[in-house]
Design a protein around this ligand. Structure first.
Ligand code: T3D
Length: 259
């Protein structure tokens, strides 16, 4: 009998949905699940019909970070981060389409930062976020040390990372860590509706928006303004820009196709 996939892949129109599928271990990452996830992300990036990606977890958790039973754990932690978590964070940050984390339950350790690295994080009211690393003598990885201070400022970043305390979805929204929190029963519908809306937008420009905002964080104001001009020059040369303007002038809905 074939083993159950560790990442479930569904396509809903132009939206690709990936579901981490190890519910008994709160979808914690094993090497095998990493491999399937990476292949699914690469396939979505390479498929021109995919215009938005939604990532979620099966069962009651989103992802509890590294599977602490995995035999690779403890052998060479730094190498695992370099070889697996760094490429995963960079893969998400370079996806050619918007990426939504649909956080259905607890997101802990690298699972929390994997979610926070997505473009929009929508959490169920019962979900929570835990920088669990400090509890086992590690520091936040999968982008945590970069993302946290940028999302919530140094004081809250250090508080979350040092205490490893559980932060409710509502607390995360209040703090500016995530985009929104919705009732558990509405999570699927609201996330998929937003994903469909983004998929109908000029996604090439949305991916360029993410890239330019991320770069601006590391540059001074004048350099950020120059970067805006360069990226805008590129976007202004795309068919989506011509289509957007033409649709506006014709008073019709635009049909975007660039990626
Ligand atoms: O090589 C490297 O390690 C470097 C990379 C590091 C990246 C990291 O992510 S380090 C951080 C790893 N994650 C954690 O430390 C989180 C560990 N989990 C927890 O603290 C708790 O499970 C939660 C707070 C997330 C949820 O608590 P709760 O009470 O809702 O559920 P539970 O009962 O603890 O967990 C349910 C099951 O999932 C349980 O299995 P069982 O007893 O029913 O058979 C539990 O062992 C399993 N589980 C949860 N998290 C993990 C896990 N199994 C393996 N690894 C996990 N991370």
């Amino acid at each position: 009998m074939a083993a159950e996939p560790l990442v479930l892949i569904e396509t809903h129109g132009a939206v690709r949905k990936l579901t981490l599928n190890r519910p008994a271990s709160l979808n914690s990452f094993t090497s095998a699940m990493h491999r399937e996830l990476r292949a699914a992300l690469d396939a979505a990036a390479d498929d021109a019909s995919v215009r938005c990606l939604v990532i979620t977890g099966a069962g009651r958790g989103f992802c509890a970070g590294q599977d602490l039973n995995d035999p690779e754990v403890g052998t060479n932690v730094g190498q695992v981060v370099e070889r697996i978590y760094k490429p995963l964070a960079l893969r998400i940050a370079s996806m050619p389409v918007p990426v939504i984390a649909m956080v259905n339950g607890v997101a802990a350790g690298a699972g929390a930062n994997f979610a926070l690295g997505c473009d929009l994080v929508i959490a169920a009211r019962s979900a929570s976020f835990i920088q669990a690393f400090s509890k086992i003598g590690l520091i936040p990885d999968c982008g945590g040390t970069w993302l946290l201070p940028r999302l919530v400022g140094r004081a809250k970043a250090i508080g979350l990372a040092m205490t490893g305390d559980k932060l409710s979805a509502e607390g995360a929204e209040r703090m500016g860590l995530i985009w929104s929190v919705v009732d558990d029963a509405a999570l699927q519908d609201q996330t998929m509706a937003l994903a469909a809306r983004l998929a109908a937008m000029p996604v090439k420009a949305l991916a360029a928006t993410r890239r330019t905002i991320d770069e601006s964080i590391m540059t001074d104001y004048a350099s950020a303004l120059s970067l805006e001009a360069r990226v805008q020059n590129d976007m202004g040369a795309q068919p989506d820009f011509r289509e957007g303007v033409a649709a506006f002038l014709d008073k019709r809905a635009a049909k975007f196709s660039d990626r």
